[in-house]
Design a protein around this ligand. Structure first.
Ligand SMILES: C[S@@+](CC[C@H](N)C(=O)[O-])C[C@H]1O[C@@H](n2cnc3c(N)ncnc32)[C@H](O)[C@@H]1O
Length: 243
């Protein structure tokens, strides 16, 4: 039977998130994050907030060197994050209205999560929140959604999880509607002794321009920089340092 809904992989299907993304090397990404922190951080402390932390796998590799907090809007993702990254503080929060009442040395917002703000006015509210939550000289690392990516060309994409416990295929062809990427992810899940499940998981991500994002960062009190290859080749990154 087909189920169609928005952001299923962050909600009802959250237990499959780490399987779908099992091709990622979170340890390698965490090392690259640390190298960027060494290069750009001016505040000198070690408190780190991961916004839209998902299942907490970056924080699991950062928690030995940083005092880590993770926030996400999804209860289901946070439930998994608490198991994945023991000892880290997690809170349910929407990045558009973030108000934790404390400041951090580093804020990360990774893997296109910023795109879920969708509009420039929400992007500005969110980046202003990041700025408010940073100490002077603190560092924001923001991975944008597909500014320069192959997704824009409407190419078909597939990710496969081929475990013993389950087989998962996720395919999509991204459509662009004005300044929004519309991703209808078709997900097939096969598990032992069970009927195959079929979902269409809808995601809509704001496609924000580089210069416009940089000027929002500047306006909200961040010295900003765009890296074409940030955490790794082909993944862009905005770097902001709190003035
Ligand atoms: C693609 S996942 C990325 C998760 C994690 N950063 C990673 O790299 O695996 C996007 C995450 O953004 C979260 N999210 C979406 N909108 C949000 C919002 N307004 N505030 C906070 N988190 C949000 C989702 O619940 C989901 O966990």
């Amino acid at each position: 039977m087909l189920t169609m809904s928005k952001q299923l992989l962050h909600g009802k299907l959250a237990k499959y998130y780490d399987k779908v993304y099992s091709f990622r090397d979170y340890l390698d990404e965490a090392v690259r994050i640390q190298n960027l922190i060494i290069k750009y951080l001016e505040s000198g402390g070690n408190s780190l907030l991961d916004v839209a932390c998902g299942t907490g796998l970056h924080l699991n590799h950062l928690k030995d060197d940083f005092l880590c907090t993770g926030v996400d809007v999804s209860k289901a993702m946070l439930k998994i994050a608490r198991k994945n990254a023991k000892g880290v503080t997690f809170k349910e929060a929407d990045m558009k209205t973030l108000k934790l009442g404390k400041q951090f040395d580093v804020i990360t917002c990774l893997l296109s999560s910023i795109g879920y703000t969708k509009t420039y006015s929400n992007l500005k509210r969110t980046i202003r929140n990041f700025s408010k939550h940073l100490k002077k000289g603190g560092l924001a690392l923001i991975e944008p959604s597909y500014v320069n990516s192959v997704y824009l060309k409407g190419e078909p994409r597939i990710t496969i999880y081929d475990g013993k416990d389950a087989k998962i295929a996720r395919i999509n062809v991204t459509k662009i509607r004005r300044a929004t990427a519309v991703l209808n992810m078709h997900i097939l899940i096969a598990e032992k002794g069970r009927d195959i499940k079929y979902f269409i998981d809808k995601h809509e991500l704001g496609l924000f321009g580089i210069n416009k994002t940089l000027s929002i960062m500047k306006e909200t009190g961040l010295k900003s920089k765009y890296l074409k290859n940030g955490l790794m080749h082909g993944r862009e990154l905005f770097v902001g340092i709190k003035k």
